[in-house]
Design a protein. Structure first.
Lengths: 403, 79
């Protein structure tokens, strides 16, 4: 068979032609770029009971998380989480009524591995009597440079529906038919994981978040100075409808010579509401006696208050936006944690590779700099009450199996 | 025209260099057989996702800052 050269076709868009060298380079780039890869998460199941007790709020509930590979390239996960809330917090006592409610959350995820690229997606649905939230997330993760580097790009989108409960004259609690608000959230993230030495790994994370819609808590109130009574009057909060946040963090983890690890983390946060926050954390992990792993952690967090936050405004309608949510106040907090994990084999269950029983305990202390205990206004006078301090204990008991 | 051609060549070389840097991977400074310590479960940043996700949720609902933790949480009216 004789091959005849095909007549050269006229180029539709005449322009600079690449030299053979440049074309070869580009061809090599296209061929080699996808030939990098990653690892899917392990098959495991976790069952947990969690408890939070602090500031006259108790939140307890179960959580289940299951992950299973289908073939070599696909991993599916599903989870269920529940918060049983009993609240008589300082905010509730000031402007609402103590309440009990349940929040339920389901989440589903899928990870697909192609070469050394992992594509992930997921859906989270949360519902409580006065709040419904749906979130989807997507990410692409690529291992490169001999698996020393992993780059992950992510996007998440959230749709929230905000309701407000009212008590009818019959004592029945139901959604206020005149109140139904929405909030939308977008998040764009970039993270880079880098192996630095045979004992040291570092992570960089950056996230840009935008929130739009009703972003306030419909139950909480601001207070402003007024004559008579306790010396203040309560009024509705007015929040901006938009918020843009930037967060960046660096995490380092080091393997210590005596088979232990030390992790350090720092995060910087700033948003368009004027909040600037710094978080630092140290974690130490020590396996001992063949079956045990112990963890200890210390965390310090500080933030400035939002531009439109005040514990006590001078008068009604003092400014366009006014808030008194504690989360927007200036404060610093400490959290100390300890954990113990016992590794064991389940007798007779050959399909289980390994198992662990775990107990984690954390103590959280928040010292507010400009949020006062308004419940003591009668005793001290409005604006002169002691600053509020929150102490909380957090417990987690969970069992994990790998199969 | 000459400038455009030069720019295109430079761009092609840059793209190729970035992508081909994966080809330099056969000689990473930490060889696969030297990663025994890094593969130990205690070196994971997220050893128990169920636990770290829960703590993240507890802190997010009480602090003004959020994000850049590597975890994705759903929304809630948890304040």
């Amino acid at each position: 068979m004789q091959l005849t050269p095909r007549p050269r076709r006229a180029r539709a868009h005449p322009g600079p032609e690449l030299s053979p060298f440049a074309r070869t380079l580009l061809a090599l780039a296209v061929i080699t770029a996808p030939a990098l890869g990653g690892v899917l998460p392990e098959d495991r199941a976790d069952v947990m009971w969690h408890s939070y007790d602090g500031g006259d709020i108790t939140v307890t509930g179960p959580e289940v998380l299951v992950r299973k590979k289908i073939g070599d390239n696909l991993s599916l996960s599903a989870g269920y989480y529940e918060d049983m809330i009993s609240s008589a917090s300082i905010d509730v006592k000031l402007s609402a009524s103590p309440y009990h409610e349940v929040r339920k959350q389901e989440n589903y995820g899928i990870d697909y591995l192609h070469g050394k690229t992992t594509y992930s997606a997921g859906y989270i649905h949360s519902r409580e009597p006065d709040y419904i939230a749906d979130t989807t997330y997507y990410s692409v993760s690529q291992d490169m440079f001999g698996d020393l580097t992993t780059l992950t790009l992510g996007y998440r989108r959230g749709w929230d529906q905000v309701f407000r409960d009212i008590k009818t004259p019959d004592g029945i609690i139901e959604n206020d038919p005149t109140f139904h608000e929405r909030a939308d959230h977008h998040g764009y993230s970039l993270s880079l994981s880098q192996i630095l030495t045979r004992n040291l790994i570092v992570n960089f994370n950056y996230e840009l978040l935008t929130d739009q819609g009703y972003l306030a808590n419909p139950y909480r109130k601001i207070r402003y100075l007024s004559a008579g009574g306790l010396g203040f009057t309560l009024a509705d909060q007015v929040y901006p409808n938009t918020r843009t946040s930037n967060a960046a963090s660096v995490q380092l983890k080091y393997y210590l010579p005596w088979h232990a690890s030390l992790a350090a983390q720092y995060r910087f946060f700033r948003d368009t509401w004027g909040i600037v926050a710094n978080t630092t954390e140290l974690d130490y992990t020590l396996p001992v006696w063949k079956h045990w792993i112990f963890d200890g952690s210390l965390r310090y967090y500080e933030q400035t208050h939002a531009d439109f936050y005040s514990d006590l405004f001078p008068r009604a309608d003092y400014q366009n936006y006014m808030a008194r949510d504690r989360e927007l106040a200036a404060f610093h907090s400490y959290m100390a944690g300890a954990g113990a994990s016992y590794q064991f084999q389940v007798p007779g269950a050959t399909w289980i590779n390994r198992s662990s029983a775990n107990l984690n305990v954390e103590h959280l202390l928040i010292d507010y700099s400009d949020f006062r205990d308004a419940l003591l206004a009668a005793e001290y006078g409005a604006g002169r009450e002691p600053l509020y301090r929150l102490n909380a204990n957090i417990f987690q008991v969970f069992v994990s199996i790998w199969y | 025209m000459r400038t455009t051609l030069k720019l295109t060549r430079t761009l092609a070389a840059a793209v190729a260099l970035v992508a081909l840097s994966g080809c330099a991977a056969p000689t990473p400074w930490v060889k696969p057989y030297e990663r025994e310590h890094l593969a130990d479960p205690i070196m994971s940043f997220n050893r128990d996702p169920i636990s770290s996700g829960y703590v993240e949720h507890v802190l997010e609902t009480r602090e003004g800052a959020h994000g850049a933790t590597g975890a994705v949480g759903g929304g809630c009216g948890c304040n």
